[in-house]
Structure formats: C-alpha cells, structure tokens
Write a protein that binds this ligand. Structure first.
Ligand SMILES: Cc1cc2nc3c(=O)[nH]c(=O)nc-3n(C[C@H](O)[C@H](O)[C@H](O)COP(=O)(O)OP(=O)(O)OC[C@H]3O[C@@H](n4cnc5c(N)ncnc54)[C@H](O)[C@@H]3O)c2cc1C
Length: 391
C-alpha cells in the first residue's frame, strides 16, 4: 500500500493532521492500535485554549463545540480562606472552552469518516522503517491478522508516549529531558452539576485539589495523591470528604455538591521532552514528543499546536518540494513546547504541596502575588489561555 503521509496514532494529533492534510489534497493513512470505540470513549483532557478553538472553527469543526461547550473567562485560584478569580478575558482578551478531548476526538473521527479517510484500528506490531532514507515505510498486522506495509513520503509519529515512533529516532541523535513529580492525580468523573461556574485550582496543606467540569451535568474533580496510590483505597465517601476539605466546602457560603462517581483513575505527573521532533522522514507530534503534567491544561493544546505547525510544513514539502518549513519544524514547535513545559511545571510546583514548610510559605507567597498583582495574573492568563500558534 502507498500513501503520501503514514500517520501512526488516531488520537487528536493524528486525526487532526490527517484532516489538515486532506484540506490541502494530501493523502494519508492512519493506523491505530486501539479499537475505534476505545479511542472515542477515552476520558482525558477537557480545556481548549483560544488558538485550539480558533483552529477548530477555521476547519469547520467548531459547531458542536460552540453549541455544547462552555466558554470560561478565567479560573479561580484558591488557598485556605481565600478564592480569587483570574479573569483572562479582562487581562489578555482571550478565553478558554470546556469541551472534553473525547468530544474533540469524536468530531475529528466523524469528519475523517465522512471524508472516507482510511483508518486501520486494532493493529499490532507497528514498526517504523528506513526513516533515514527517501523511502520510509510502516509495517503492522491488521485486525484480521494480515501483515501490511505502507510506503509513504513521510511518516508522522502521533502515537503518544507509549508508541514506537519516539524510539525510532536513533540514540546518537535523540536527546531527552525529564522530570518526575512525587505525586499523582486521582481524577474522578461525577454525574453531578458543577458546584462552580469556572475551574477552581486549590492549594491546601493536605494536597492540591481541582474542581473542573465536562458539561452542565458532569463534574471532573482531581486530588493530589502520593505516587503509587491504589485507586481502590479511595472510596467515594473518602474522595468527597477530601474534596470538601481541600476545596473549602462551607467557606464564605460556598458548598460542594457530591454525586455518583462514574469513573476513577490515578494519573502520574511527568514532564518529558524529546528532541529533535524530526529525524529524516519521521516527524513527531503531540505526546509522542513531549508530556506535560496536566495542571496547566496544555497536553491536548500542545498536540494541536504541533500539528498546526506540521501540516503547512508537510504541504510545502510534498506539494512545492520546499523543505524549509519541514527543516525548521522541530525548532519552531519546540519554542512552544518549552514555553508550555515551563508553564505546566510552574503551575504544578506552585499548587502541589510537600512536607516541607518552607516550600509551603513560598507557594503561598507566590499565589498571593499572582492573584494580587496585575503583572502576575497577566502572566498566568497569557499562558493558560494560550499564546498564538507560531509563538
Ligand atoms: C491517561 C491520560 C490522562 C490524561 N488526562 C489529562 C487531563 O486530565 N488533562 C489534560 O490537560 N491532559 C490530560 N492528558 C494529556 C492529553 O490527553 C494528551 O496530551 C493528548 O491526548 C495528546 O494527544 P496525542 O494525539 O498526541 O496523543 P494520544 O491522545 O495519546 O494519542 C496517541 C494514539 O496513538 C495510539 N498508539 C499508541 N501506540 C501505537 C502503536 N504502536 N501503533 C498505532 N497506534 C498507537 C494510541 O492508542 C493513541 O490513540 C492525559 C493523558 C493521558 C495519557
């Protein structure tokens, strides 16, 4: 089989890339290890920054987002006895949207299906070959057990942090930066109307907590827990008790409304960057090249930003034989990757507590400065609501 771009991974990065390329008349084939049902029901990120929404609007995929998503002007920053609203719209004239990654993926998958995009689901043994040459190819075993080879002009590695693409960059070229944090997030989905109009990020001596939402009837909540936490040791009652304490139930008349928990999982926190994001005819995008802790809501948005940079680079390469954007893709994408890596680290270390009382005082001082100074609040707003694509 032959195509112009072989895309590994049908997450947001892979599906969006196939969509953007198709708009330029460029063929691609997507291969995905999971089933379509699994991909379309996976619960992950839920905050779309300004430029992600703009891009989805531009390509005609903003209709359901605008109808069913919720536009937020900002977030609340909280510590015991205090809650402050950081108003992004007032500070930087940008907003964010609450619209689950699951919904973005559904919209992208529906658009690809309508366009007749070839997607192989439930493949195994994916391997990337000859990326140092002009004739790279991908091999895999399809869902019926058939061995398939796809020859392509270019391979896009959009296969997340566990896929084979990042390892296809040889050790002699590859450089990695990594930080593992000493805590994880216990995340829950609950069938209850959110108790807040916008997200609450709460510092508490028991640990960080966050109140987010997926819709008018579904809340998404997180608790900082130690690494290695067994989700089964957290009963629903224990979760709601901890959330009430950390989010300040009863303070200044605010109440947290509990409800039936429908999903519970533990997510480790990690920062990771692999460079370069291009090697020969292999281009990495999204989690395949970098991971950020979710505190700054950047993972999905960064995957979108990579692809928004990669699609025109591949179009110029494949349609005009102009390799200049492809040559600068890695450097161009990494500028934003490092900005978001720093912001995610900054939010994480400002809000997650340790046993060190000195750290706690520094965190509280920083929170007071961010909430109380226009310069501090503007820095947070600019990064959270998202810098323009290409920054
Ligand atoms: C468990 C989890 C929870 C998260 N929760 C949050 C959150 O709460 N908030 C937040 O802001 N961000 C969160 N994130 C981050 C955010 O969801 C990611 O940054 C985003 O999904 C990146 O998109 P992507 O397309 O690059 O990668 P992915 O969405 O990971 O997509 C990669 C795709 O490649 C496929 N694949 C892997 N290996 C192969 C192979 N060998 N062959 C073919 N296909 C393959 C995978 O099945 C997957 O579908 C979470 C991430 C994870 C992993």
């Amino acid at each position: 089989m032959r195509t112009e771009v072989a895309i590994i991974g049908a997450g947001p990065a892979g599906l969006l890339l196939s969509h953007l390329l198709a708009e330029q008349g460029i063929d691609s084939v997507v291969i995905e290890t999971r089933s379509q049902d699994y991909v379309l029901s996976r619960i992950r990120a839920g905050i779309l920054e300004h430029s992600t929404v703009q891009l989805l609007d531009d390509i005609g995929l903003g209709t359901r987002l605008r109808a069913e998503g919720q536009q937020h002007r900002g977030i609340y920053l909280q510590w015991p006895e205090e809650r402050h609203h950081i108003d992004f719209t007032e500070l930087v004239d940008r907003s964010v949207w609450v619209y689950g990654q699951t919904e973005v993926t559904k919209d992208l998958a529906a658009a690809r299906e309508a366009a007749g995009q070839q997607i192989f689901y439930e493949v195994t043994d994916t391997a990337v070959h000859e990326v140092d040459t002009e004739s790279p190819y991908v091999s895999f075993v399809d869902s019926s057990g058939r061995h398939v080879r796809i020859d392509a002009a270019v391979i896009a590695g959009c296969d997340g942090s566990f896929g084979p693409s990042r390892a296809a960059v040889p050790d002699r070229v590859r450089q990695t930066w990594e930080r593992t944090y000493p805590y994880s997030w216990l995340g829950v989905l609950a069938d209850v109307a959110p108790s807040t109009d916008e997200l609450i990020y709460a510092w508490h001596s028991d640990g960080f907590a966050m109140h987010s939402m997926r819709s008018a009837t579904v809340s998404r909540l997180y608790l900082q827990v130690p690494n290695g936490t067994d989700v089964n040791t957290w009963s629903d009652d224990r979760i709601w008790d901890a959330l009430s304490t950390r989010l300040g139930h009863g303070q200044n008349g605010w109440t947290l409304q509990p409800g039936p928990i429908t999903d519970k999982s533990v997510l480790p926190m990690r920062s990771y960057v692999q460079t370069p994001m291009r090697h020969g005819r292999l281009f990495l995008a999204g989690d395949a090249a970098h991971i950020v802790p979710p505190t700054g809501a950047k993972g999905l948005n960064l995957a979108v930003a990579d692809v928004a940079t990669l699609a025109p680079a591949l179009t110029a390469l494949l349609r005009k034989n102009d390799g200049s954007l492809a040559d600068s893709y890695s450097d161009d994408a990494l500028r934003r990757v490092w900005r978001c890596t720093h912001f995610s680290w900054w939010m994480t270390t400002m809000l997650h507590t340790s046993d060190d009382p000195f750290d706690a005082q520094l965190q509280l001082s920083q929170l007071r400065w961010v909430a109380g100074s226009e310069a501090g609040a503007t820095g947070l707003a600019e990064n959270y609501a998202g810098l323009p694509i290409g920054f």
